[in-house]
Design a protein around this ligand. Structure first.
Ligand code: DAT
Ligand code: MG
Length: 148
């Protein structure tokens, strides 16, 4: 069982797509073990996106992610990191496959709706950064029908 970190970015919240996007992860079978609606400080944004510091799009990225409230989540499930990335789709929504969140709901890279951790180290770092120990390990009634 693996955990990964997800953000429903300010455009997802502003466009009223929180329910739509959370529903896709839930239907996939992923279990919510952390979830909060929050404003993102510039400091948190810079730490989260530290790997992109110095790139031409960095300041725009910080501006975007701090421009309104977000929903931060931790999802748990089989191969959760890869499954979430594939459910979200390619970074550029115009290139994302139909059926993915970005491929169905977005058009532009700077308004790509969702973040998902890209690997085990990133997931551990991001979960700790955004949630610390504020997670709920729980047994879901449907677990035996989703996990073999
Ligand atoms: P992803 O969000 O798919 O993991 P990433 O980690 O490479 O993509 O980049 C983080 C975010 O930065 C991405 O969601 C949108 C923005 N971004 C990445 N590359 C960009 C580019 N070439 N121009 C503009 N924004 C970019
Ligand atoms: Mg990334």
């Amino acid at each position: 069982m693996e955990r990964t970190f997800v953000i429903l970015k300010p455009d997802a919240v502003q466009r009223g797509l929180v329910g739509e996007i959370v529903a896709r992860f839930e239907r996939r079978g992923l279990k919510i073990v952390g979830m909060k609606f929050m404003a993102v400080s510039e400091e948190l944004a810079r730490r989260h996106y530290a790997v992109h510091q110095g790139k031409p799009f960095f300041s725009g990225l910080i501006q975007y992610i701090t421009s309104g409230p977000v929903v931060a989540m931790v999802l748990e499930g089989t191969d959760a990191i890869q499954v979430v990335r594939r459910t979200i789709g390619a970074t550029r929504p115009a290139e994302a496959e139909p059926g993915t969140i970005r491929g169905d709901l977005g058009l532009e890279i700077g308004r790509n709706l969702v973040h998902g951790s890209d690997g085990p180290e990133t997931a551990a770092f991001e979960i700790d950064l955004w949630f610390g120990d504020d997670l709920v390990a729980w047994s879901r009634a449907t677990d035996p029908w989703i996990f073999e």
